[in-house]
Design a protein around this ligand. Structure first.
Ligand code: F3S
Length: 425
């Protein structure tokens, strides 16, 4: 990799041993991917590691070394959601013991480390940092050092920023140095599509299943999606952005997509159209049958497949304000229909702290609380991904949560029916 004089000097220790090590890590990371230079990060950071899991001792040691060296991030950062919320996501005494002593015993220490290095605010814990309420919103063309896969694919695709699918620590090191290696999705070539997806469904596809189908097919490639504008329109309004958030998270978790283009809708597709498609791009046609095939292929990983679900998590990635309002309205209306006062199982809607605070000011929130449903800013995956909670029959309408845990996926409509006490086939 070709380095500037200043970068070379930092590598040689001009700004201390710790910065030299951090820069060397970025350079070696870039070398692996054939990067020929480092480029400046032009927007605030977002870190994927939000949990103080006791097992990752090297992380805490490195954080201490950074703090002891007096280093602060060039770019302040937001972080993924917290793993625990005892107020809204109730735990048994045993769960609590495992969470606080074994799983997330270092949470307090880690959050303090984050604060010292450059955490934006004490409430900067959400995977949807790009929401208006949260305010970590890049511009078109910005170069980022993010790693949360759902946020990376959103920033690349819906905003037109440029970010690779980095790993934890690389996101932090990029924020500290204000530089990232130039390769992959940062380059024009890396943003060309090698798949054409033809959406030929008879109705608007469920975002989470369409994203899953595409992710499973194209893996880490860039898809150019045709036919979706017929259902979504050509304007990136709040509802469309929420749809694309969930769609993108499914492409990124069921496959490893870091960027997609939606014809006539996402900014680069609007600017460059079919010029974004590589000559030998493959074609994948998605119709109603294909979506159903993908949906039916999801295994049920509960120990007892017929178990009565105990808990439902909605909002992975975190719900947008519009989505939260829709879910609240639908739950309240559904309960009126079934004549129930309370939700039929523990129901947790997850959203950013900022959206939650805004929602808590509304009458709708008070009505929702009466149904027994909870609003939390937890990461449901961090809650479910452990031996105790993992054994419980949990439902989700998130394809990401389905993929990384034993939670069972249901379509939005079906999970709503369970929540309000209707029969589900
Ligand atoms: Fe966000 Fe946690 Fe899901 S980080 S995307 S809520 S797994």
């Amino acid at each position: 990799m070709k380095l500037t004089k200043e970068e070379q000097e930092i590598l040689n220790g001009s700004q201390g041993e710790t910065k030299a090590k951090i820069l060397r890590t970025l350079v070696e990371f870039g070398d692996v991917f054939g990067a020929d230079k480092l480029v400046p990060v032009t927007h605030d950071g977002h870190l994927v590691t939000s949990f103080g899991i006791s097992l990752i001792k090297p992380l805490f040691r490195i954080m201490d070394e950074i703090i002891d060296a007096g280093i602060k991030a060039e770019k302040p950062f937001t972080v993924d959601p917290r793993p625990i919320d005892y107020d809204n996501v109730k735990c048994t005494i045993l769960d609590k013991l495992i969470f606080s002593k074994i799983m997330y015993g270092q949470q307090k220490r880690y959050e303090e480390q984050l604060r010292k290095i450059g955490l934006k605010t004490k409430d900067s814990f959400t995977c949807t940092c790009y929401m208006d309420e949260v305010g970590n919103i890049p511009k078109y063309g910005d170069v980022l050092t993010w790693a949360e896969s759902s946020a990376v694919v959103y920033a690349n695709s819906v905003i037109g920023a440029r970010c690779n699918r980095n790993s934890g620590m690389i996101d932090l090191f990029g924020a500290i140095m204000g530089k990232v290696p130039y390769f992959g999705l940062l380059t024009d070539e890396g943003r060309q599509a090698n798949w054409i997806i033809e959406v030929k469904t008879t109705k608007k596809p469920e975002a989470q299943i369409l994203g899953s189908a595409i992710g499973l097919k194209v893996m880490e490639d860039v898809p150019y999606v045709k036919g979706l504008d017929k259902f979504l329109g050509t304007e990136l309004n709040d509802d469309v952005k929420s749809y694309l958030k969930d769609f993108g998270a499914a492409t990124a978790s069921n496959g490893a997509v870091g960027l997609y283009h939606i014809e006539n809708l996402t900014p680069e597709a609007v600017n460059y159209g079919e010029q974004l498609i590589n000559k030998n791009a493959k074609v994948y046609v998605i119709d109603d049958e294909e979506l159903e095939r993908v949906y039916k292929s999801y295994p049920v990983l509960w120990k007892n497949k017929e178990a009565k679900p105990e808990r439902a998590f909605i909002g992975c990635p975190h719900l947008s304000y519009n989505q939260l309002v829709n879910w609240a309205n639908n739950i309240i209306a559904g309960l009126q229909e079934t004549g129930r006062k309370k939700v039929a199982l523990t129901t947790i809607l997850t959203t950013s702290p900022q959206v939650r605070q805004k929602f808590e000011q509304t009458d709708l929130y008070k009505q929702l609380v009466k149904t027994g449903a909870k609003v939390s800013s937890i990461c449901p995956l961090m809650y479910t991904n452990n031996p105790i909670a993992g054994k419980k029959p949990i439902l989700t309408s998130s394809n990401k949560l389905r993929t990384y845990s034993k939670a069972r996926y249901l379509k939005d409509e079906d999970i709503l029916n369970v929540i309000v006490g209707k029969e589900v086939k």
